[in-house]
Each structure stands twice: as structure tokens, then as C-alpha cells.
Ligand binder design. Sequence first.
Ligand SMILES: [Zn+2]
Length: 237
Amino acid sequence: MNNHLQQLIDLSIVDKDIDAFEPQIEEANYNYEAALAKTQSIESDIENLTTEIKDEELKKSKNELHLAELSQKLEENSKKSGEIKTEREMKSLQLEEEIAKEQVTFANEEIARLEKIIEAKKEQIEVAESSLKELTAKLESVKADVDAKLENINKARQEVFVAKEKLLGTMNQKGLAFYQKIRRWAKNTTVVVVEDQACMGCHMVIGDKVYADVIKGEDITTCPHCGRILYMKAHEE
Ligand SMILES: [Zn+2]
């Protein structure tokens, strides 16, 4: 086989190997990023719950203040009741007292309701904090795992880069430029095999003349339909 053609085949294999590292790196990072995202989401849940608790506590203290005012009023009323002279005054005072007592009941109910809400939210925070603790511990081991994987990938990638550099050093510049021009659009199918007289890049049948050239492998032959570089797999014994 033509030496230049062989070099292009080798280069296409090396380039394919280099591209294959990207998804490996992404996959390794994905595990860590997913765990990190989960941690951040729990942290923001805790933050939101804390704000909500503050709001509920503010409502509760408003009700407590109101309750204090009401009890003061009731106390004043009971003092006044000793000075009552007419039945009208008495009725009016009784009415006031009834209203105040109703308000006391309502405020107490409201405080109890708010306390339940606050309690529930505090429990939610506790649950969130304990899963956050677990996750943070796990995150460290995930990180270590990812770092180890990335180191291995980088080592392997470095080796492939060295192989590519070595190959590029021996290649002729014209052939390389030709290859790179096709690779811009054809990516990892720049150099493809011919099977059953068809280009395995575009899957179209090639004419007899081109097919004969590909079989000979004396020149660099391209597919007449798509322009990819063609070659025959070595004869299988
Ligand atoms: Zn083709």
C-alpha cells in the first residue's frame, strides 16, 4: 500500500482515539457534578426553610403582642366593672369583654397553628441537614474517584498525543492539509473502508474504475460521491 495512504489511515485512527477521550472525561465529571448539584439544592432548601421559619415566627410574635394587649384590656374592664352604675354601661362592658375573649381564643389558635408549622419546618431542616452531611462525606470520595479516573485518562491521552506528533513528523504536508480539509466536515469518518464496492462514509456504490484504484491502493483515492478518503481493509487470511 502507498505509504502516504497508510499514514492517513493511521492518523485517522489516532484522531478517533483522541476524540474518544472527551465522552470519557465528561462521564467522569458528570458523577461529581451531579453529586455537587444535589448538595447545592439541599443547601438552598435549608436556606428557604430558614427564611420561612423567620416569617412564621414574626407572625407568631405579632399574635403574642396582640394577646398581651387583649389581656391588659380585660384586666382594665374587670376594674371598671366595679364602678358601673347603669345597666346600659354593664351591657356595653359585657359586649366588649365577649369580643376581647373571642379575639384571645383566635390569637391562641393562631399561635398554636403557627407553632405547628414552625415545628414541621424545623423537622424538614433536620432531615435535610442529615442528608447533606451524608452527601458531603460521599462527595469527597466521589471527587477522589473522579480525580483518579481523570488522571488515567490524561495519561492515556498524553500517549496518544505523542503518537500523533510522531506520526505528523513523518507525514508530507500536502497530504496532511488534504486530510484536514476533509476532516473539518467528515470528522471521524474522514478515512473510510470500502465494503461490497460501497463507500462506508456515504454508503453509495463506487464505480468500477475507482474501485479498482482503491484495491490497488497505489494512490490516495477519494469517494466520487462524498469526497472521503477510501481504502480496502487488509486481506483477511
Ligand atoms: Zn462516500
